[in-house]
Design a protein around this ligand. Structure first.
Ligand SMILES: Cc1ncc(COP(=O)(O)O)c(C=O)c1O
Length: 398
């Protein structure tokens, strides 16, 4: 063991502890659900999960995963083009494409992988990427890996700035405009109608990561693109299977047949890494089936969000506006946000405080995520905890 290296790591960790920004892992001993048992805190209500529709606990989704285990074994042990692709991957990819109304799709072991596999593959010399400055870290890293592209960031949701960048990059091809559908730390939606209009005006390619929109936004849960009535207008959609669609893991790129074939040929995670476990492909398929069969889950999620949001405002909190299932409350400093989430946990509510560097300095927040599986009773108990902690930390005053 290199003692100097260890000492350096320990010193860095100590700095985080002194600053109050050290992250403690919480250990859950029961399935992810509206309430879980946590080793450190006992039974708690979960307001910090991507399980937006509660499908990770759906009996049909679980049964499909078990059937997948029996049918395909524990793992793929396979990079797809080297050792073979399981038929269930083809089935799932056709299903995702049909669900999102694209020609084709390709799965990855995560959306992180999908985003970092996409941009370097499609960006040759002469290309350019314009990315919203608040895009998810996986998009940022994917863009960084696209070393041959000119890379620009536009100010968050600022269409005038996007247009300036588009003008400056005329002559590059392709020019990609990339945005989250739902911004994961703000809960707000990308202005897709204007982005599509600008893309058409300047001949750009649109890329939307709808990880927090799929299963949440749109009448039938097809996401932010459905919400805006823009199906068929977005060139490339990336997303995760690790949130509303069963919550296990996995991500995908959806788009034209030529795009997907290009990724199969050249995308590095496809060429050098194992495929999505077949069990996960099976459970994700069942999750999409469940969502299509029960669009009322999406309506219930929306009702829960409206209820919780209105009650927070009634108590005196000022959550950021938004239509998604993410309801952030800005509290200022990172240490304060973490301390507040610790207090909420003591009161039986699991909700995470986020600070720098995940969000800009001074805008630390408690990020509430609502699920369709929360009962009114659970939401009311959580709201009572918010009220008492809000008063104790001085956010709420009489
Ligand atoms: C917008 C966005 N993209 C990608 C990801 C990564 O998804 P995955 O967990 O499938 O890697 C996340 C996860 O938080 C996300 O919020």
């Amino acid at each position: 063991m290199n003692a100097a290296f260890q000492a350096r790591l320990d010193a860095d960790l100590e700095k985080l502890k002194v600053a109050g920004t050290y992250k403690h892992l919480r250990h859950i001993t029961t399935p992810m659900a509206a309430e879980v048992h946590m080793e450190e805190a006992g039974d708690v209500i979960v307001l910090s999960s991507n399980n937006y529709l509660g499908l990770s606990g759906d009996a049909g989704v679980i049964a499909a995963g078990k059937r997948g285990l029996d049918a395909y074994g524990a793992g793929t042990a396979s990079v797809r083009f080297i050792c073979g692709t399981f038929d269930i991957h083809r089935t799932l990819e056709r299903r995702i494409a049909a669900f999102l109304r694209t020609e084709a799709s390709l799965t990855y072991v995560s959306c992180w992988n999908a985003n970092t596999g996409l941009f370097p593959t499609i960006c040759e010399d002469g290309s350019a990427i314009i990315s919203d400055e608040l895009n998810h870290a996986s998009i940022i890293d994917g863009c960084r890996l696209a070393g041959k592209a000119r890379r620009e960031r536009f100010k968050h949701a600022d269409m005038a700035d996007l247009e300036e960048k588009l003008k400056a990059l005329q002559g590059c091809a392709p020019v990609l405009i990339v945005t989250d559908g739902v911004f994961s730390m703000e809960g707000s939606l990308a202005n897709l109608p204007e982005i599509v209009a600008l893309a058409k005006k300047y001949g750009a390619v649109t890329v939307v990561d709808d990880s927090h929109g799929t299963g949440v936004m749109g009448h039938s849960g097809r996401g932010t693109i459905e919400h805006f009535g823009l199906e068929g207008e977005i060139d490339i959609i990336t997303g995760t299977l690790g949130k509303a669609l069963g919550g296990a893991a996995g991500g995908f790129v959806a788009g034209s047949t030529s795009l997907i074939d290009t990724l199969i040929q050249k995308s590095r995670p496809q060429l050098f890494s194992n495929a999505l476990p077949a069990t996960v492909a099976c459970s994700a398929l069942a999750a999409i089936d469940a969502l299509e069969a029960h669009p009322e889950m999406v309506a219930r999620l929306r009702e829960n969000v409206a209820y919780f949001r209105a009650a927070l405002v009634q108590l005196g909190f000022k959550p950021l506006d938004g239509e998604s299932a993410i309801v952030p409350i800005i509290v200022g400093e990172t240490a304060f946000a973490i301390a507040m989430s610790d207090r909420l946990l003591e009161r039986g509510v699991f909700v995470t405080g986020f600070g720098f560097p995940v969000v800009p300095e001074g805008t630390a927040r408690i990020r509430v995520q609502i699920g369709a599986n929360l009962t009114k009773g659970e939401m009311d108990r959580a709201l009572a905890a918010f009220e008492s902690v809000g008063r104790a930390v001085g956010i709420l005053r009489d």
